[in-house]
Ligand binder design. Structure first.
Ligand code: FE2
Length: 309
């Protein structure tokens, strides 16, 4: 049995001291937005508690699906390097970028320089590591990058032809190797997942790839909500699961604002044709000041003969 924990949208705060000249870009809008919206409801205490709780479950691996920073300031990128170093060994933590990590031109290059040990495959490559594949027991983690610098007021992601064909090939090989394939992508790839200005451009191409190659589980972030969807695979619906921001304080009133921080814990067992996947959700329920278990489900995996109860 393999235990995979999933967190997302860390948005590590508070912002470290930075040069004001760094705001002479799209960041100036992001900074105004951060002061207005995020400073108040993203809490590093919450993040620390969530991480402590996650690690206490003794996961075999931790997946982090993007938006680790806010404005992609060099100082923030460095802070995340330190945070990741304290979190655990790079081989036990798989990171992918989100739109905030690739916020301005040059940010992607910089995070690759500083975070690469946590976002590269078992066979490291020079330069851009995406998509990457890491085999951990029966699980193949496939890390992709949908983040890219965009114009102000846009938080779109993109899924382009090159990454599509590289990922297709990885999915085929991992299937041939009998692995449980987990695809990590920051932007949710299902239809109508977000407002237009936050959507994944190329989502149809991504869905065509999954319809052709399949995957056992797709993990995403970006929306800061509990998300549990399906997209078509060759053998049936493929689960697409998102998690709220790991830094979001508990909300007092249900349905007002985004939910409090959560993580998902997946227990994966069995083998090809007979996978079993249990999903537990832990975090801050509405009005709760303590982390508790919020859900416990068995996820149906496409194309399985029988669960190995
Ligand atoms: Fe995002």
């Amino acid at each position: 049995m393999f235990k995979l924990a999933h967190i997302s949208d860390v948005h590590l705060g508070p912002l470290p001291p930075f040069k004001r000249s760094a705001l002479l870009s799209k960041r100036v809008l992001g900074y105004a937005n951060w002061r207005l919206n995020r400073k108040g409801d993203l809490h590093s205490g919450v993040l620390g508690n969530l991480i402590d709780h996650t690690l206490a479950t003794n996961p075999d691996h931790l997946a982090i699906t993007g938006d680790l920073v806010n404005l992609a300031l060099p100082e923030e990128i460095e802070l995340i390097h330190q945070w990741l170093t304290g979190l655990g060994a790079p081989e036990d933590i798989s990171v992918i970028p989100g739109n905030h990590d690739t916020y301005v031109p040059g940010a992607l290059r910089r995070i690759i320089e500083r975070w690469k040990p946590w976002m590269q495959g078992d066979k490291p490559v020079a330069g851009n590591p995406f998509p990457y594949r890491r085999d951990r027991g029966a699980v193949a983690l496939i890390g992709t990058n949908s983040g890219r610098a965009t114009a102000p007021f846009l938080a779109t992601g993109s899924w382009r032809a090159q990454q599509d064909s590289d990922t297709s090939e990885m999915l085929q090989r991992a299937k041939a190797d009998g692995q449980f394939r987990v695809v990590m992508i920051h932007h949710p790839p299902f239809p109508n997942a977000t407002a237009q200005h936050k959507r994944l451009i190329g989502a149809k191409r991504f869905r065509r790839m999954i319809a052709r190659e399949g995957a056992e589980l797709i993990l995403h972030g970006h929306t800061h909500i509990v998300s549990d969807e399906r997209i078509d695979g060759p053998d049936g619906p493929v689960p697409v699961i998102g998690v709220p921001s790991a830094s979001h304080g508990p909300r007092l009133t249900p349905s007002i604002g985004r939910p409090g921080a959560r993580y998902n814990l997946f227990e994966i067992s069995g083998n090809q044709g007979a996978w079993r996947c249990r999903q537990q959700q832990f975090g801050y329920g509405d009005g709760q000041q303590k982390i508790s278990e919020l859900a416990d489900d068995i996820i149906a995996i496409a194309g399985q003969n029988a669960a190995d109860e």
